[in-house]
Design a protein around this ligand. Sequence first.
Ligand code: AMP
Length: 278
Amino acid sequence: MQIVRTRADLRAALAAAPRPIGLVPTMGWLHDGHTSLIARARTEARTVVVSIFVNPRQFGESADFTRYPRNEVRDLAICEAGGVDIVFAPSVDEVYPPGFDTTVSVGGIASPLEGAARPGHFDGVATVVAILFALVGAERAYFGAKDYQQVRVIERMALDLALPTVVVPCPTVREPDGLALSSRNARLSPAGRAAAPVLHRALMAGAEAIGAGEHRAQAVRDLMRRSLAAEPLAEVDYVSVADPDTLQELDALDGHALLSLAVRIEGVRLIDNERVSS
Ligand code: AMP
């Protein structure tokens, strides 16, 4: 496994790399969600590249960026064990060299939900992913459905900018109690960790109601909010029942829907979602 930290070294490492190349962009603190993406890339690509970069441009609150967990030694061991060929772990200046002054801003799909709750977040995501796509030139790049809107934003960007990298969405990996794996889970106390599965329980309550014939989106939102209210540590940011293609809120459920939510537990912002058909 090669570890490269500069654009030039990445280019050199990729020059002789067998194709196709599979890219897994991450912010580190790797867990089984990330390793599922690496494993999928390993089955489809001859060269697997993992990027580890905590991207300051996608954090609104600088405290959230500073507190984001980091452990490169452990991450590199996980990459090695997963059969990764190249790890790209650049500095902030290497990704955004002096004078850097471009923002990739995706339109409507980036506006609601995470886009509304975290202004500028998807500009930061789209900009760094565009740079990674350009630097790596991978045939395919792997992203987790846990960040459903992120996948849709990146798909839109890749299509609109005619980027040759195909975006491959992969399923959310969960703990046995339903909590979606996330690097942020590491910041929860034992009490916070015990409270966190309420996100998945609320999604399941919504999905079950739809399965039982509920067609009013607002009734499903209310049910999910009631489910979250049962957990005193959960502070709701948003609860959404939206069209999975446009991410616009639905009135009536007729076909497919995306149930999604963002909740703070002990100040740690957690998100999750579930796709359902009615
Ligand atoms: P992050 O390091 O949190 O930026 O995540 C890097 C990639 O891993 C993104 O494509 C995420 O959607 C994906 N990811 C994070 N958590 C999970 C999970 N629990 N299951 C599947 N993919 C995940």
